[in-house]
Ligand binder design. Sequence first.
Ligand code: C2E
Ligand code: CA
Ligand code: CA
Ligand code: CA
Length: 287
Amino acid sequence: RAEAAMFNAKENGGDRFSFYEEGMSSETELRLEMENHLRHAIARDEFRLHYQPVIHLESNTLRGVEVLLRWENAALNNPGPDQFIAVAENSGLIVDIGRWVLEQACKQVVAWSNAGLKPLSLAVNISAKQFISGDLLENVRYALSQSGLAASQLELEITEGLLINDTSEIRDTFSQLKKLGVNLSLDDFGTGYASLSYLKRYPFDTLKIDRSFVHDIDSCEESVTLTNAIIAMGHSFNMTVIAEGVENLKQRRILRERHCDMVQGFLYSPPLQADQFVAWAKRYAEM
Ligand code: C2E
Ligand code: CA
Ligand code: CA
Ligand code: CA
């Protein structure tokens, strides 16, 4: 790996990496190398957007998509978001990358309705860095006006990590986004430390039950009980509840019995490229 890193650095013509030494931890090397590649990823057109369908459970109809970022970088062996998002966040590059994702995805969803698909909601993952330092409100306004997407079609997914700081700046951005008509979604619900208190303080529209709970509801009674409680609590706060990571019919049946509003997961479809998604949506509508 270290050799590969040096080789790539040389290939890119950067002597910036000449400080590489035998003893340097490979993790640090990889992070630096990745950061260097990330810096050029937009200009080099290496990012792709994939879209995962979000299904309304009671009617079984397609309601929207979640956009998920993919990075085609052969030198780094196409790292997944679980590898590169953290590097993008720590380096601050996520602000530019996140803006790009937002703009492209808004345009895509409008293009789909222009091409005859029914209007879909669009969920976009937003990092804390974007929320705090990235003119998020301005970027959202611009992405909406440039694409023609209705604010009510857009849902911003944030994780509670952001809210730990609970500054007035965050509260401000939050309420201004709400005023704009954009929906806010609490992602990975149940995995953090203080989820419940955030529900009291922030008016989320949607709550996404983390995959780790959904994963074993078909085999574990405790997970059913927890999921059931999360759904009931979400509804008592007037939130839409989405279960992510639904992989089989038994999980789906249990969630439906518990009146979970929406589901997404491999049972329906993995995240797909835009054209694959259109084909999927047409087939799904005919089923
Ligand atoms: P997330 O927001 O919790 O996204 C859901 C993840 O679960 C996605 O992984 C998706 O591909 C995966 N998934 C969906 N259905 C299933 C299923 O049925 N079973 C299993 N096992 N997995 C399923 P992905 O695409 O690798 O993304 C990982 C994380 O990276 C996301 O987690 C999100 O936190 C982050 N991410 C992805 N794209 C973006 C982005 O554009 N901006 C930001 N800030 N973060 C992003
Ligand atoms: Ca998400
Ligand atoms: Ca999630
Ligand atoms: Ca996650």
